[in-house]
Write a protein that binds this ligand. Structure first.
Ligand SMILES: [Zn+2]
Length: 120
């Protein structure tokens, strides 16, 4: 089990954070076996607190983007299907869809489920 990395976690007033005997009570950082973002935060609020405190430095450290990242037509293919109320799995007409040009190219369901198939 890991401790929540939220810098203010111990300041939030919840019963599970309140510890200690009468007369010597204190709030403490949560510790859980399963948390958000690779088990580092007990709540979205604690993750947000961390980002407010450290986000700027983290982005500078790991690499700030100075140019826009572009998704071009050649790389804009996703696998898609039509929602089909009558089909058992609610799917039909599996296809490649180019999210820029809107071009559709039919594929089989097996091809749709084949994770090694990543572009037409
Ligand atoms: Zn927390």
């Amino acid at each position: 089990m890991k401790y929540c990395q939220g810098p203010k976690c111990h300041t939030y007033r919840t019963k599970d954070r309140l510890r200690g005997p009468k007369g010597a009570k204190y709030y403490q950082t949560r510790r859980r076996s399963s948390m958000l973002y690779d088990d580092n935060f007990c709540s979205q609020r604690c993750a947000d607190d961390w980002f407010v405190k450290f986000g700027q430095r983290a982005v500078d450290h790991f690499g700030r983007i100075h140019e826009p990242t572009k998704l071009t037509e050649e790389n804009a293919w996703i696998k898609d299907y039509d929602y089909d109320w009558n089909a058992e799995d609610r799917q039909s007409n599996w296809h490649w869809l180019n999210t820029i040009t809107e071009e559709r190219r039919p594929i089989t369901k097996a091809q749709y489920n084949d994770h090694s198939l990543v572009r037409p």
